[in-house]
Design a protein around this ligand. Structure first.
Ligand SMILES: C[S@@+](CC[C@H](N)C(=O)[O-])C[C@H]1O[C@@H](n2cnc3c(N)ncnc32)[C@H](O)[C@@H]1O
Length: 208
């Protein structure tokens, strides 16, 4: 399984934004949606071996929210960022009145979130890394494509508190290259490394 946790720092957790202003009032939901779409979609298929968690941390609990998507069950995810943003917004809006976890659409669960605990639990799983510009080379890590997790931030850097938590967790800080890239680009590069490793290990990744 490939797991990604995306830290969404400014998207309103109640979904109070318009799809016509994803890059502005929606707190860069355009980039979050693009990252989600990139994590799951290939040319003609979905990566069913992938799970994505988005932590919406623009407001503290009880307003903070978590959306978890499971590739094996996911439906209604299209490659474009607007419809992906709509899928996520719909879950956030429905969650206002119902903070307990529920499935908003097939393969997509939403709930109120305690971000420090959520991030800590994600970091505690084996095979997890922190994707950051200042990390050591990802290629050199020999990641296991079948048991891999990565924390990645949206267009805004992790907060000081998040950085402290990431550092003290002891997970490797890794970089995919010398440039600061968009979140979706980083996810694409990670998938590529893992896809090639699967082929080296004798597994055809095409059915995903
Ligand atoms: C657009 S970047 C963050 C913004 C950037 N630090 C800035 O303000 O110019 C989004 C996220 O992608 C990840 N990222 C970007 N470039 C990376 C790289 N070369 N290696 C690993 N992760 C990277 C980090 O998690 C980063 O926080």
């Amino acid at each position: 399984m490939r797991r990604f946790l995306i830290l969404a720092h400014r998207v309103p957790p109640a979904g109070t934004f318009t799809l016509n202003d994803l890059a502005g009032g929606a707190g860069r939901m355009d980039e979050v949606a693009r990252a989600v779409s990139t994590a799951f979609t290939t040319s003609n298929d979905l990566r069913r071996d992938t799970e994505v968690t988005v932590l919406f941390v623009a407001e503290p609990p009880p307003a903070a929210r978590k959306i978890e998507m499971v590739g094996a069950r996911l439906r209604y995810l299209n490659p474009d960022e607007r419809s992906t943003a709509a899928l996520l917004k719909n879950a956030l809006v429905r969650s206002i009145a119902f903070p307990a976890e529920f499935e908003s659409s097939p393969g997509l669960r939403v709930s109120a979130s305690e971000p420090v605990g959520e991030l800590g639990a994600f970091l505690a799983r084996p095979g997890t890394v922190w994707l950051t510009e200042g990390g050591s080379p990802f290629d050199a890590l020999s990641p296991n494509p079948n048991d891999f997790g990565a924390v990645v931030s949206d267009p805004y850097d992790p907060t000081e508190a998040e950085v402290a938590q990431l550092r003290t967790s002891g997970v490797p800080a890794v970089s995919v290259g010398p440039r600061s890239l968009r979140t979706s680009q980083v996810i694409d590069l990670v998938h590529n490394v893992l896809d090639r490793r699967e082929v080296e290990n004798g597994r055809d990744p095409s059915p995903s």
